[in-house]
Design a protein around this ligand. Structure first.
Ligand SMILES: Cc1cc2nc3c(=O)[nH]c(=O)nc-3n(C[C@H](O)[C@H](O)[C@H](O)COP(=O)(O)OP(=O)(O)OC[C@H]3O[C@@H](n4cnc5c(N)ncnc54)[C@H](O)[C@@H]3O)c2cc1C
Length: 430
């Protein structure tokens, strides 16, 4: 029996790949729906996402998967290129190309001047933090720009995040070419990538994968623990009818690392201990309805990044995709919390709304549509991450038939997780 624990992006993708290779898997998922962090809700004419809003397909993996699943993608409007960033209380358009960095009011004269030395600065050490990397490459403006870049993906602490693990492509570009600018120039003319979703939101992807996985998907079924059973594993499960067991020859654990640690603690205490060292930042996603006139011109764009503040960003999904908000209304999806303001994420709904209103300087009180709370929203690839993952992989190799997959290990985006799930499946079923 081939079992997958967890039906988020990684688990669904692992199960889909197993089925594609001719075996019917069982997928056990604690929640009453598949998708994990991915999910779409409808309310009063608004379409809101529970976590991710859009996917960036750099490799063509998503295009291939959508082709197989018969899904048609909805590409983001040109507003996706219009992004804003807040610095010391002022909102600026984010520079789009190298030339914009010298025209923007976001940087002062000394910061602009120090950008010029980027091509001649030394390469970063392999364990550089995000702040160190950007500081070295971009000079005086580096720490702020690096913070803005990481905020949009990790809502983390740039001094703690490991550059090579958090931004592997950018890090490799620098290592290969000795400069980001030279690397970007060399890559010019490469494939253009664009953000996409689906007309009904990202739920469409989950529904299509769940359908393709077939009858083996068991919702409201929680893994409580895992024991050894001959050459395989015995899973202790709990569902609505009570407790039970299931035997697996091959097992993909596609749970967030803290839960993976919990279920593995009996059978693999050292592996569980290493998994517990992997952390994630909490985010409360606050979906608000506002009138068009209550917000400034930034609502035309993708959203605003707010590095170092408790409202780490606000997105305007209606500017990217049609049908997200009724006419005359703006949907604001604000991300509150992150690694540097973790406790703010757990404030009550009313306080979150008030905070977002104040921080975004809205002229009228918005209407709360819903708050989605994630205690382990965005994994943090802290310095030493690459070493920790190598150790986890080595320890996991001591349990043949077992694979770990998901956002805590080798990439946090949905597409990274889809790829990681498929990787786990192909390793177990070559
Ligand atoms: C607010 C937010 C915004 C984001 N924005 C984007 C974006 O725009 N683009 C992008 O690409 N990525 C984005 N991400 C990241 C991306 O959505 C996630 O990293 C990815 O979806 C995680 O997938 P996963 O399969 O690793 O884990 P999860 O989605 O967490 O899935 C794990 C599953 O395991 C289940 N589970 C847990 N414990 C048990 C148990 N004991 N037994 C059985 N099942 C269990 C859970 O219920 C869950 O369904 C965002 C994330 C968040 C939180």
């Amino acid at each position: 029996m081939f079992v997958v624990a967890g039906a988020g992006a990684a688990g669904l993708s692992a199960a889909y790949e197993i089925r594609r290779r001719g075996t019917d898997p069982i997928v056990v998922e604690a929640a009453d729906r598949a998708g994990g962090k991915i999910g779409t809700d409808e309310q009063d004419g608004f379409l809101t996402e529970r976590g991710p809003l859009a996917l960036l397909d750099r490799t063509g993996d998503l295009a291939r998967l959508c082709g197989e699943l018969g899904l048609s993608r909805l590409y983001a409007s040109s507003a996706a290129k219009e992004r804003y960033v807040e610095r010391d209380g002022t909102v600026y358009a984010l520079p789009r190309g190298p030339g914009d960095f010298f025209r923007t009011g976001l940087l002062d004269g000394a910061e602009k001047l120090s950008l010029l030395a980027e091509p001649v600065r030394r390469r970063s050490p392999p364990d550089a933090s995000v702040a160190h990397f950007f500081g070295r490459r971009l000079g005086k403006a580096g720490p702020f720009l690096g913070d803005a870049v990481q905020t949009g993906i990790y809502a983390g602490d740039p001094d703690s995040l490991e550059m090579a693990s958090s931004f592997p492509q950018l890090f490799q570009l620098e290592q290969r070419h000795g400069s980001i600018l030279r690397g970007l120039l060399a890559a010019r003319g490469g494939k253009r990538t664009s953000l996409s979703s689906f007309r009904g939101g990202l739920r469409e992807l989950v529904d299509a994968l769940a359908k393709a996985v077939g009858p083996g998907l068991r919702l409201e079924t929680r893994v409580l623990g895992i024991a050894k059973q001959g050459a395989g594993f015995r899973l202790q499960l709990e569902d609505r009818s009570g407790r039970g067991e299931m035997v697996a020859d091959k097992l993909v654990i596609a749970l967030p690392a803290p839960q993976a640690a919990e279920v593995l603690s009996g059978i693999a205490p050292r592996l569980a201990e290493r998994l517990r060292a992997l952390t994630a930042a909490p985010i409360s996603l606050v979906h608000l309805a506002a009138r068009t006139e209550d917000l400034g011109p930034m609502q035309r764009g993708f959203g605003v990044l707010r590095p170092g503040t408790p409202v780490v960003g606000a997105l305007f999904p209606g500017a990217l995709f049609p049908g997200r908000a009724p006419a005359g209304s703006v949907l604001i999806s604000a991300l509150v919390g992150g690694a540097r303001h973790a406790s703010v994420a757990s404030r009550p709904d009313g306080e979150l709304v008030e905070l977002v209103r104040t921080e975004l300087k809205m002229t009228a009180m918005p209407r709360l549509l819903r708050v989605v709370r994630w205690s382990h929203a965005l994994p943090q690839y802290l310095r030493g991450h690459a070493g920790r993952i190598a150790e986890i992989e080595q320890l996991a190799a001591g349990y043949p038939g077992l694979e770990l997959a998901g956002a805590f290990y080798r990439g946090v985006s949905v597409i990274d997780c889809l790829r990681d799930g498929a990787r786990a499946a192909s390793r177990l079923n070559p």
